[in-house]
Structures are given as structure tokens and as C-alpha cells.
Design a protein around this ligand. Structure first.
Ligand code: MN
Length: 751
């Protein structure tokens, strides 16, 4: 470990890079760390700070934790002081440092939140409260519990990201000092760190913090592997150190010769990083090429590209290893140019080129936010946290929620272009729909197709790095629920769900109003009159509702029975007379709980009400004009069957409802299958097609089977408006010479 530190420590810009002195944090001190130690560190890290409040927090922590000892025997106060010091090291803001000192007092002492607020103010108090809440949740638990806890964690992050940053420092100190804990607890903490906290640190761009969290977790979970790699790295380190010094100097001179002043440093890949690569690519330690990496820091973005050019013209480059994260920053805002070259003595080395600002963000991630906040030119993108928080509102299935959080945390990103050349970063597995929603919600909603690299692709196409994506939109087009199975980003998921919810609500309001209007009519009242009168407002208030919309939606969903409204208007009306109606027996509730069929075109009336959710049975493909019956399904609305359908004999008779065609909608197309037995002779197929087309009917698909006796069976899926139109087609075909029999296929065994 010492050599490793020595190597990282060899930097010509110690003001930028910072090295965590791991030994200090691991070591047990018998004495409480003096205030001066903390003050010194804070003075270096923060140009301005409130010494009084720092001292007050320090004293409070020492006083309250008093004689408490950690299992290691170290005074408990040292834990919170060390966490505060870690907050300095990782460049969190000063308020976080103070909160770190107090982060365990609500949990472990009898101090309360009220006193904290009065003594330290609201900002610090709410930070401490947030960290305390997080400490109570366990993330390595059963799936549903874990999902619930992740929700809390995300909510805390969305409220104040510093809560999680302090928590990450707390967690780092905890994994550094696992040894003194009992076995099962050690494993749980290490797993939780590896699964959630390290990826979180990474997603927030806190690279060094992430590396340390990963190393200490690995040490606990895979000690043999950890020690093996560590030993190999330590063995290599001495040679690498000499080489790295020489090569740094060589690079520095080369760039200076071309008028670019550069600071060069080098680093060894962290142990868990090497381990992950070995596992991912199933290779041995010797095959890991980027254990040693160089960082070239130059003053400007222009100089970055110049330096890249100079390096490439002096060394052989390894093809396919150049990455331009300046033009395409990673989702955690990381920017740099990466390349791999072969040195004069045949070594492969990775070089990262960046400006000092990029370097600071690369090392500190979201924490750099407060450094730049004053000049306002750095705003860490946390919209993904807000999107995840939104997601959790709609997802009730814990597994699904975990999926989306993990997808967001472990995302392996790809970069794609708009036709204008704008760059978008999406998680691996993203589809054109994700892209469309990333561009704009409206574009997402109205997507009907996509071209990738000028070729039409299906909407579930998996985008690849460098693809140019063009979205084909159609005004007025609406998202469908099936899209939720296609998209992978939380943003797209949320927008689609929002839309569906909104649309369902609008449907509910319209239908609820209609329902009430019909009930009123039976009593000779008109809804228009009611709306104009003051009665409506009175009723809404009496029912404890907020708006007209809410009333109609409640009627629709069955939470309020129309009778309750009627009774208020016509108190003398006999409730028994009104009690039996389809909506009061919960039937409509069942239906309305189901999914809105947004593309619903043909109208169906159920017991006189239109606007219900229904779909046509696939087995019998009913068409307008034939007799139909409805079957109430669990969760999918009403399925409409033809009464001739054999399938209905197997269904629960209690769940049938009478349905009729709604004549207001008569022009919509329905698919039916027609089956023709005929002689197998040349030109038959085209004749039949001709007859169908002449009737003004479209053919959706066709198939034919021939038999040894020179006959054939030809099937067409055709789009007809109603039964009459079908009859016309049938008659035309029957007239064709050679046709023996024409049938409508009214029953297809469901697949
Ligand atoms: Mn703690």
C-alpha cells in the first residue's frame, strides 16, 4: 500500500490531486483527535469558513459521544471527526463538514432534533436528520425491502444531495474499519457498499471515493483475490515507478518542445478495478494493460487536442483506443481525451488528457459543484435522480423499481447522434424511443417510426455507439402502454406513464359525467342545468371533493355512487330504485380499473354506456353489424366476442354483459379472415385479390395451401367496416369461376 501511495503521490500538482492517507483513518487512536487537527485541514480546504460553528460542533460531538467507544476500542468521537476530515478530503462544502461531526448524535445520544435546530440552524439540522434517516435503512435486504429503502435514499438525494455525500464518507470510514465488527455484519456492510454505495459514488463522479469503497469491500468479500492482486501490483510498482518517472519526463519535454506546458502525473489502477476487469474479460493479471495510466493536464481544451496530435505523431498508437470524452462527456460529467500508445521500449500505456477544470470534476464529481457555484459555470446534472424519484411514484412492483435504479447506477453508456449532429448519451440497451424522449417529450409522444443511419428500424431496435438516429413523428400520435416494455430510461418511462395516467383521467372525467347525466335524465334533470346551478358546487363540497373533475372521475371509478349525488338533488327519491345499476354492483369498477385502450376507434356500448374499456376477442374477430356479447376480464376491460364464437361456452357465465355497437362510430376498419376453397389454377390468386380490391377492401395478408387433388385453400386477412361490406366481398368471390366455397373464419384458436 505504501508504494502505491508513493506512486500516486508523485505528482507535480499536489494542489489538485489529493491522496487519502488511508492509514490515518484505519488506525485506532486512544485519544480523541484534537480540534487543531481538524482546524488545520479545514483551513487548507476552505478559504472561508465559520470557525466558531466548527468548534461548537466539534465540542458538541466530543461532549455527547463522551465515553462511547467503537468496537475497535477507539473513542466514538474519533469516528465522526474522521468522517468530517473525509468530507474535507473529498471537497464537500463546509456545511457538510459540520454536519459530519454531528451525523451520529441523533442516533446514538439523547440529543434531539429540536435542540439541533436551535443550536446549529435549519440547514445543518436537516442535513444531519437526512444522514440519520439513511443510517437506519439497510439496502442489502430482501428485494421488496431493498426497493423501499432505495426509494428513501433517492428521496433524500433529491432533497439535498449532500446528505448522500456525507453518508458516503461515513460509509467509507465504516468499511475501512470493518475488522473489529462481527462477521455477518461485516459481510452485509461490504455487500451493500459494493452494490449500492460504490456505484452511487461513481454515478456522482466521485472517482477516488468510489475506488476506495470498492477496494475495501473487495478486501472483505474476496480476501484471497484482493491480496493476490495487491501483491502483484506491489511487486510491479517498483519497476513501474522508475519507468513512469522517465516516461512522464519524456512526455513533458515532448509537449514543451511544441509550446504546450503540461503537468504529468500517473496512477495505478485500483485493485477492485483490476479485479473487475479480470472477471469481466475473463483474463489473468498479466493481460490487464492499463494498470499504469498517465494524466496530462494542459491549460486549455485546444491544447488537449494539440497534445493528442503531438503524442500520436511521436508514438505508435493502439487503434480503437481513442476516446473523446470532451466532445461526449460521460453521464457523471467526466471529460478527457483517452488514448493508448506504445512507448519506445514497447510498453502499452494509457494516456488521459484534460484541462485542470476537467481534472477537478474527474476527481471530485458532484462535489466540485460547490467550488464552481460562485461563478455558476458548473452545474452537476442530477436530473436522473429526480427522474428516478418520479419513477418510483408509478412503479408498485419492487423488482421493476430495483431494475430501473440499478440500470441508472450501473449504466454502461452509448453515444448517439441526432441528424443535425447533436450528441446524446443513453444507457446501453436504449431504443429509438428512449432517444426520442431524450430529445423532447413531445417528440417521444408522437413517434411513429425511426431511422438509424438512414435505414428504417423497429422501435425496439437497440441503439449502438455512433448511430445517427432520426425520429419519424406524426402529429396527434399517442404513446401506447406497450412502449413501457421497450424503453429503458427512467425519463421515457415516466413520460409515457404520465401520459397514460392523464389520458385515463380525461376518459374517466368524460365517462363519469356521462354516467351522471344519464342518471339525472331518468329523474328528468339535466346535467347542463346542474352545472349552471350552485347545487353542483354545494354537492362537491359536501362530498369532500375539490373540483367538478374530481366528482366525475369519482363517479367513474365508482368511489362515489350516482345515487349519492341524486339524493342530494332529489332527497325524496327512493334509494332502492336506484341501487341496482351496472355501476353500483362494482362491474364498472372492474372495467375502469383496467387499462385504457387508447387507440379505441369502434364504439361499444355496455348497458347503454359508451366509453368503456374493451378489446375485441382475437378468436372470433367480431365486426360491426353482427351480434356480440361482452365478457368482463380481470384487468383487461371487456372482451367483445361474437355470439357465434365457440370460445364463450368455456367462459364464466356470470361475467357476461350485454353490449351493443355504438352507431356513432361506423367507419372504422376491423380485420377478419376469409377462407376460400377453389381449384388450383394459374391466375386464381390474382383474380381473388382483384375481387376484394374492387370492393374497396384492403388485404392485410394472404396465404395459400395447395392440395394433391389440384385444389387450394386460400386465406385472406381483410379490413372491412362492417358485416354488410364483408357480405359484398363474399358474394363477389363466390362468383369467380373455380371457387367452391367461401367462409368467414369465425374461430381461431388463440395462440
Ligand atoms: Mn457514522
Amino acid at each position: 500500500m505504501l508504494l502505491r501511495k508513493a506512486i500516486i503521490g508523485y505528482c507535480s500538482f499536489s494542489d489538485i490531486i489529493f491522496v487519502v492517507d488511508e492509514d490515518f483513518y484505519i488506525k485506532n487512536f486512544n485519544e480523541i483527535i484534537p480540534f487543531k487537527r481538524l482546524l488545520d485541514e479545514v483551513s487548507i480546504c476552505y478559504p472561508q469558513f465559520d470557525q466558531e460553528i466548527l468548534e461548537k460542533a466539534y465540542n458538541k460531538a466530543v461532549e455527547l459521544h463522551g465515553a462511547q467507544l467503537r468496537l475497535s476500542g477507539e473513542p466514538y468521537a474519533n469516528h465522526v471527526i474522521k468522517v468530517a476530515l473525509l468530507c474535507c478530503e473529498f471537497k464537500l462544502d463546509f456545511t457538510s463538514v459540520v454536519a459530519a461531526l454531528l451525523h451520529d448524535i441523533l442516533e446514538d445520544t439523547n440529543y434531539n432534533l429540536e435542540s439541533l435546530k436551535t443550536e446549529f440552524g435549519l440547514e445543518i439540522a436537516s442535513l444531519v436528520e437526512g444522514v440519520t434517516k439513511l443510517s437506519k435503512i439497510s439496502l442489502a435486504s430482501k428485494e421488496d425491502k431493498q426497493a423501499e429503502n432505495l426509494r428513501k435514499l433517492l428521496l433524500a438525494m433529491a432533497t439535498d444531495i449532500r446528505v448522500i455525500l456525507v453518508k458516503l464518507c461515513d460509509r467509507l470510514h465504516n468499511v475501512m474499519t470493518l475488522q473489529s465488527l462481527p462477521e455477518p455484519k461485516r459481510k452485509r456492510i461490504a455487500e451493500e457498499t459494493q452494490e449500492i454505495y460504490a456505484p452511487l459514488a461513481n454515478r456522482l463522479g466521485l472517482y477516488r471515493l468510489k475506488a476506495l469503497l470498492e477496494d475495501y469491500s473487495l478486501k472483505e468479500l474476496k480476501p484471497a483475490e484482493y491480496n493476490d492482486i495487491k501483491q502483484k501490483v506491489d511487486n510491479l510498482a517498483k519497476d513501474l515507478h522508475i519507468f513512469a518517472k522517465e516516461f512522464s519526463l519524456e512526455l513533458k519535454n515532448l509537449l514543451e518542445k511544441h509550446g504546450i506546458s503540461a503537468q504529468i502525473s500517473f496512477r495505478l489502477k485500483h485493485i477492485a478495478g483490476i479485479y473487475q476487469k479480470m472477471v469481466r474479460y475473463n483474463v489473468g493479471f498479466d493481460q490487464i494493460m492499463d494498470i499504469l495510466g498517465f494524466r496530462v493536464i494542459v491549460p486549455t481544451v485546444m491544447a488537449c487536442y494539440e497534445a493528442l496530435g503531438i503524442i500520436h505523431s511521436n508514438y505508435h498508437l493502439v487503434p480503437g483506443r481513442i476516446k473523446d470524452y470532451i466532445a461526449m462527456p460521460k453521464p457523471n460529467m467526466y471529460q478527457s481525451l483517452h488514448t493508448t500508445v506504445i512507448t519506445q521500449n514497447g510498453k502499452r500505456v494509457e494516456i488521459q488528457i484534460r484541462t485542470p477544470e476537467m481534472h477537478q470534476i474527474a476527481e471530485q464529481g458532484v462535489a466540485a459543484h460547490w467550488r464552481y457555484k460562485e461563478n455558476g459555470n458548473f452545474d452537476f446534472d442530477l436530473s436522473w435522480v429526480r427522474d428516478l424519484v418520479e419513477t418510483q411514484k408509478y412503479i408498485s412492483n419492487p423488482e421493476e423499481f430495483l431494475q430501473s435504479v440499478k440500470g441508472e447506477l450501473f449504466q454502461n453508456e452509448i453515444y448517439v447522434f441526432s441528424p443535425k449532429g447533436d450528441l446524446f448519451c443513453l444507457p446501453r440497451g436504449a431504443t429509438p424511443l428512449d432517444f426520442a424522449y431524450a430529445v423532447h417529450t413531445e417528440i417521444g409522444h408522437s413517434t411513429v417510426g425511426a431511422r438509424v443511419n438512414k435505414t428504417i428500424v423497429p422501435l425496439n431496435y437497440k441503439l449502438k455507439n455512433g448511430d445517427t438516429v432520426e425520429i419519424i413523428t406524426q402529429k396527434g400520435h399517442k404513446p401506447s402502454k406497450d412502449w413501457l416494455k421497450i424503453v429503458v430510461t427512467s425519463k421515457a418511462k415516466n413520460r409515457i406513464k404520465q401520459f397514460i395516467r392523464q389520458e385515463r383521467r380525461e376518459l374517466a372525467i368524460r365517462a363519469g359525467k356521462e354516467l351522471l347525466s344519464k342518471e339525472l335524465l331518468k329523474k328528468g334533470l339535466s346535467i347542463k342545468k346542474l352545472e349552471r346551478s350552485e347545487d353542483l358546487e354545494k354537492i362537491i363540497k359536501e362530498l369532500g371533493l375539490n373540483s367538478e373533475e374530481e366528482l366525475y372521475a369519482s363517479l367513474y371509478y365508482g368511489t362515489i355512487q350516482p345515487q349519492r349525488v341524486l339524493l342530494k338533488l332529489v332527497p325524496e327519491s327512493d334509494p332502492l330504485n336506484n341501487a341496482i345499476s351496472p355501476q353500483s354492483d362494482g362491474l364498472l369498477n372492474k372495467i375502469f380499473d383496467s387499462v385504457a385502450k387508447t387507440s379505441q376507434k369502434v364504439g361499444i356500448k355496455v348497458s347503454g354506456y359508451s366509453d368503456v374499456f374493451f378489446r375485441f376477442a382475437k378468436c372470433c374477430q367480431p365486426i360491426q353489424g353482427e351480434r356480440i356479447i361482452g365478457y368482463v376480464t380481470k384487468g383487461k376491460g371487456i372482451t367483445i366476442h361474437s355470439i357465434r364464437c365457440p370460445e364463450i361456452q368455456h367462459l364464466d357465465p356470470l361475467r357476461f354483459v350485454p353490449v351493443q355497437w355504438d352507431d356513432e362510430f361506423s367507419n372504422d376498419l376491423r380485420l377478419v379472415t376469409i377462407e376460400i376453397d377453389c381449384v388450383n389454377e394459374q391466375g386464381m390468386l390474382s383474380k381473388l385479390c382483384g375481387e376484394i380490391t374492387n370492393a374497396g377492401v384492403n388485404i392485410a395478408s394472404a396465404s395459400a395451401k395447395t392440395f394433391p387433388d389440384l385444389t387450394a385453400k386460400i386465406m385472406f386477412d381483410i379490413e372491412v367496416r362492417n358485416a354488410a361490406e364483408f357480405e359484398t366481398v363474399k358474394r363477389n368471390i363466390e362468383k369467380v369461376k373455380g371457387v367452391k366455397r367461401v367462409n368467414r373464419v369465425i374461430y381461431k384458436k388463440p395462440a
